[in-house]
Write a protein that binds this ligand. Structure first.
Ligand code: SF4
Length: 419
């Protein structure tokens, strides 16, 4: 007899929008129908998982794999806990393990996360939520290349207004796009190489302040076009500057993000404007939130003699690996196909992931399979705007355990070994 269950309010964990309106049918422990999800959800919910632990590529028992991982972490002088593709409980557990072993903690998108944190530390920020955007925004400046590929349902979930909180909802927002791949939804596009964004944003700020510029163009676009954009921004009742942080790859990204926050602040002198940075996929928003409330510091951090140290430069995964300052790597990846950092080749490596891809950069010393929160077990993730943590469902049974459970076991065994 076939056993079929249907969930109409499933939360999707495969990007930080965390759409919570997916309808998923599970038949005989297989997900076979997904309604409302995008292509990323379709591939995430149906990906094959690997449930066999490995040591140097050879299948072993879970007990053996854990013992080898304990041995590697016990010997490490400075272990690095990175990737951090896990849920709230997984992050809490990795912080405990890092504290126990005197390790460093960083997310795989630590560069972009840190740039945003530095900008906020520098000048604060005016931000908004997806709900506010959906209900109130009448003008949006979208900045980024390929936003629809990274956040596929942003338009559908935040801009298309079928129902809102108000009897008389705001009109459909005007969309202006900065970047090289203009979404079809844009009403106006500024075809820009985003490396030039700093001069464009600072030029806009200067024009908004009424300054006379000694040029007729910025980034190849005539000043009149920017003047016309400023007029539209000033006329908006509720404007939002949305940027895809992954697209900002200029030098000192934090200064560009600072300028974007300042532009929103400047516009608030005459109307209402907010910022909405897009980023934090693969548990990035949760990693930042949990680390902040558990330790009092944002990522990137290191534990030394029971004290927490925050330093976005010193504890940068790429830098630590390149300079060979860490001697063991534990990489966590529960959502997407894991990609180990190439500079970690040769380093004792423990991979906790939902799958063991054939094309890994190199063979990790230990692979321990973990489930995907929202498919194989319940959990919680923070949404891109950081204001809500959404519950994730347990949809199918698989012989995998949670990242939290493996990390707690490692911590306990290391504690026993040291006592
Ligand atoms: S947009 Fe993101 S959260 Fe929504 S269904 Fe697609 S991958 Fe999932």
């Amino acid at each position: 007899m076939m056993l079929t269950t249907q969930s109409n309010t499933t939360t999707c964990p495969f990007c930080a929008l965390l759409c919570d309106d997916l309808q998923i049918q599970v038949q005989d422990n297989h997900i076979n129908t997904i309604t409302n999800g995008c292509y990323k959800a379709a591939s995430g919910f149906t990906q094959t998982v690997d449930i066999q632990p490995r040591v140097k590529g050879q299948i072993v028992s879970q007990i053996e794999a854990i013992e080898i991982a304990v041995d590697l972490l016990s010997k490490a002088r400075l272990p690095l806990y990175a990737g951090l593709g896990t849920d709230v409980a997984g992050i809490r557990a990795v912080l405990q393990l890092a504290k126990q072993t005197g390790g460093v903690v960083d997310h795989k998108d630590g560069n972009k996360q840190s740039a945003r944190t530095l900008a906020i530390q520098n000048s604060g920020y005016l931000t908004t939520t997806l709900t506010e955007v959906r209900n109130r925004a009448d003008f949006m400046l979208w900045i980024g290349d390929d936003i629809p590929a990274i956040f596929p349902r942003l338009w559908q979930r935040c801009v298309e207004r079928e129902a809102t909180l108000f009897a008389n909802p705001a009109k459909q927002p005007t969309i202006v796009h900065f970047g090289s791949q203009s979404p079809t939804e844009a009403n106006q596009s500024f075809n820009l190489n985003l490396v030039q964004l700093p001069e464009v944003i600072n030029g806009l700020r200067a024009l908004l302040a009424g300054q006379v510029l000694q040029t007729t163009q910025i980034a190849g676009i005539p000043l009149e076009e920017y003047q016309s954009l400023i007029a539209k921004m000033k006329a908006a009742q509720y404007g939002v500057i949305v940027w895809q942080t992954a697209s900002l790859s200029m030098e000192q990204t934090d200064l560009t993000i600072h300028a974007l926050y300042q532009l929103a602040k400047d516009l608030n002198q005459t109307t209402r404007f907010s910022a909405l940075p897009l980023g934090g996929n693969e548990g990035g928003v949760s990693a930042l939130q949990v680390t902040t409330w558990q330790t009092g510091f944002p990522l990137r951090i290191g534990f030394k003699q029971d004290r927490v140290h925050y330093d976005s430069w010193q504890f940068d995964t790429q830098r630590l690996l390149k300079q060979q300052e860490v001697d063991t790597l534990l990489w966590l990846s529960s959502f997407d196909t894991p990609q180990l950092p190439k500079d970690a080749k040769g380093l004792p490596t423990i991979l906790l992931a939902n799958t063991y891809p054939e094309n890994l950069t190199y063979e990790p010393d230990v692979f321990i399979p973990i489930g995907t929160p929202g498919i194989h077990h319940t959990g919680q993730l923070f949404r891109v705007d950081g204001v809500v943590a959404l519950p994730l469902q347990h949809l199918i049974n698989q012989s995998t355990t949670t990242a939290e459970s493996i990390l707690v076991t490692l911590t306990e065994k290391i504690l026993m070994k040291c006592s």
